[in-house]
Design a protein around this ligand. Structure first.
Ligand code: FAD
Ligand code: FES
Length: 317
């Protein structure tokens, strides 16, 4: 371990724990989506549904906020489900293999989800949002609430964790855009079906892309069903200091990292959230292009070394 005085300033100043965290499991759900199981006994004990962590894969790495998709206090592990959308998540996808370590993990961060006994709750997950809604579905199941899951994917080959959800849900409505599994339609169709089928739904929890969460809010608003969403604005420090994760609600501004990430869906200005998420698109495109070029240069250099060290016909290198 590095002496404290030689740790990067960012990690000391922002309380990032920099022991090495071993990756003990990995599964790739698709070319873009992968799950990492990471050994971190303290985090696994402290984690609550709805919370997130900030990960640095290496000392110069960007801080990546990721929801705790699962945690197992007995095994001492946490599970992260990640979509490779840009430079840092692609770099992590390439480097985070079983047996390697993550440089730093801060957390658990954010206010835990409010889990209280209800008659029926509908947990809606869209795409990658399926993973973070799991701890909430399990916690409601454990407190005796009837749990209906509505899970949405583009097609059957992208479906993950269906069995894991079936273990903690009383009913599961699977939706695919192309109808290759479950019903053909979006999660809003599945949510409507659930609300029509169960007349005692006290709450809906919806997690996914902002446009999906906004659409779910419009399904439940006229029915007056309380709806909670987990917001993912751009975060930097994750501790309420930088203001990056500002979200606009009907009654004022909040910081998602310390006041959320869960909020009342009927209060959220989703358009503002989507605009803010796009603020750095140009920089993000440049970062990914620069990274791809450096990967290409490294590959070319490695193949040149290989060629120059291959033996010639007469056996000399
Ligand atoms: C509370 C929270 C929980 C999250 N949970 C997950 C999760 O479980 N799995 C997952 O795959 N992703 C999750 N995200 C999003 C994830 O943090 C971003 O996709 C990631 O930081 C993108 O970095 P990049 O360099 O790969 O992509 P970039 O090219 O830098 O960005 C791609 C897009 O990701 C978003 N983004 C970029 N930087 C950040 C940042 N610092 N904070 C938030 N969003 C950012 C922006 O919308 C951007 O347009 C979560 C975000 C938040 C705030
Ligand atoms: S991430 Fe800085 S205030 Fe929330």
């Amino acid at each position: 371990m590095q002496p404290a005085s030689r740790q990067p300033v960012g990690s000391r100043a922002r309380g990032l724990s920099t022991s090495s965290f071993e990756i003990v499991g990995r599964e790739d759900f698709s070319d873009l989506t992968y799950t990492l199981e990471v050994r971190h006994p303290l985090m696994a004990r402290a984690a609550r549904p709805g919370q997130f962590v900030i990960v640095m894969s290496h000392p110069e790495g960007e801080r990546i906020p990721l929801t705790l998709a699962d945690f197992d206090a007995d095994a001492g592990t946490i599970t992260l489900v990640i979509q490779a959308v840009g430079k840092s998540t692609r770099e992590l996808q390439r480097d985070a293999q079983v047996g390697t370590t993550l440089y730093g993990i801060a957390g658990p961060l954010g206010v835990p989800s409010s889990i209280h006994p209800l008659r029926t709750v509908v947990c809606v997950g869209g795409g990658l949002g399926v993973a973070p809604v799991f701890p909430q579905a399990r916690a409601f199941h454990e407190n005796g609430t009837r749990v209906i899951a509505v899970l949405g994917f583009r097609s059957a080959d992208l479906v993950f964790w269906e069995e894991k959800f079936r273990d903690v849900c009383d009913d599961l409505i699977l939706c695919t855009d192309d109808g290759s599994a479950g019903i053909q339609g979006r999660v809003t169709d599945g949510l409507t079906l659930a609300l029509d089928s169960y007349d005692d739904v006290d709450e809906v929890v919806a997690i996914g892309p902002p446009v999906m969460m906004g659409a779910c809010a419009e399904v439940t608003r006229p029915r007056g069903v309380r709806t909670s969403v987990s917001l993912n604005p751009i975060m930097v420090d994750g501790t309420g200091m930088c203001g990056g994760c500002r979200v606009r609600l009907k009654d004022g501004i909040r910081f998602a990292c310390v006041d959320g990430p869960d909020f009342d869906a009927h209060q959220v200005d989703f358009e503002d959230l989507m605009n803010r998420l796009g603020s750095y698109r140009g920089d993000e495109t440049q970062a990914v292009q620069a990274w791809e070029q450096s990967c290409h240069r490294a590959e070319t250099a490695a193949s040149e070394v290989l060629v120059t060290t291959l033996p010639t016909d007469d056996g000399r290198a």
